[in-house]
Design a protein around this ligand. Structure first.
Ligand SMILES: [Fe+2]
Length: 284
């Protein structure tokens, strides 16, 4: 028995984990139970962990090898950790992740998952929302399923490349590299992917990075992608986390989308973020 308690937070996605302290060495049976819970619930929420950078990296490694993210400046102390920070004086700026997306799907090996550790949280606002893409796939209307079944979707690193990069100097909470022609390269991934741990199938299209469907132009793809994105982000597939300092959240990037809600101008917010890698490319 691992001794931890798993409490679902909605009918389709997310679970709170109680009875585990991740600040020290973690038993193999607990690590197994955490991984299993992540594959089952897509998002794990653990309160009152208050991890420092070294502890956060140790916990990340329970889920997979740490991955350094391209195009994003890490914290000065550690190349594998990002500081997701917005200051009270940062008003009317874009936040990192402020649209529905999965992380870095334009890479040949998109990350398997990520962790966020909350340091400083506004009195109100700054929630994060996730959406379960296994549930989205399983409820796809037949006419949409027929279009994407067996088809690849094309992903490009839009904000970081040349072709799609935002015009002008966009102010953001995170320092990002832009203007890299390599980011405009098209990467093909199956629009329906099979989860390597559970074999369950998930919709894998990305409102930020998916430019079109294979065999179609961007113009032909757009109305279909819009319908897919609308379905993929329905409230019944989602959970919304209201952060407290000390919270740790882990999510599966292979079967979820997420969204950072930017509704806290005038407050400081800081979370540390790590990412773990996938051994294989997305498989149909
Ligand atoms: Fe993200």
């Amino acid at each position: 028995m691992s001794g931890l308690t798993i409490k679902q937070v909605t009918g389709n996605i997310g679970a709170e984990i109680e009875g585990v302290d991740l600040s020290g060495p973690v038993d193999a049976s607990i690590a197994d139970a955490l991984r299993r819970a992540l594959w089952d619930h897509q998002v794990l929420i653990l309160h009152d962990q208050f991890l420092d950078i070294a502890q956060l990296k140790q916990v990340t490694a329970l889920f997979g090898p740490l991955q350094r993210l391209p195009y994003v400046e890490p914290i000065a102390e550690d190349p594998l950790v990002i500081g997701v920070r917005k200051k009270a004086t940062d008003k009317k700026i874009a936040v990192f992740g402020g649209n529905w997306h999965s992380d870095f799907s334009f890479l040949e090996h998109p990350p398997a998952g990520s962790l966020l550790s909350a340091v400083e949280i506004p009195e109100v606002g700054g929630d994060t929302v996730w959406s379960n893409q296994i549930a989205a796939y399983e409820t796809l209307p037949d006419n949409l399923r027929d279009v994407v079944e067996g088809r690849a979707a094309i992903h490009v690193g839009k904000p970081h490349g040349v072709k799609f990069a935002p015009k002008g100097n966009q102010r953001s909470t995170i320092k990002m590299v832009r203007g890299d022609p390599e980011a405009d390269r098209e990467t093909f991934h199956p629009a329906i992917r099979r989860h390597p741990e559970t074999g369950r199938r998930a919709l894998f299209v990305n409102p930020v990075y998916t430019s079109r469907l294979d065999g179609m132009s961007e113009a032909e793809s757009e109305p279909i992608l819009d319908r897919l994105f609308w379905h993929a982000t329905r409230p019944e597939f989602s959970c919304r986390h209201r952060w407290r300092a000390g919270d740790l959240v882990v999510w599966d990037n292979r079967s979820t989308l997420h969204f950072a809600v930017n509704d806290y101008d005038g407050s400081d917010r800081l979370l540390y973020r790590t990412t773990f890698s996938d051994a294989q490319r997305p498989q149909a």
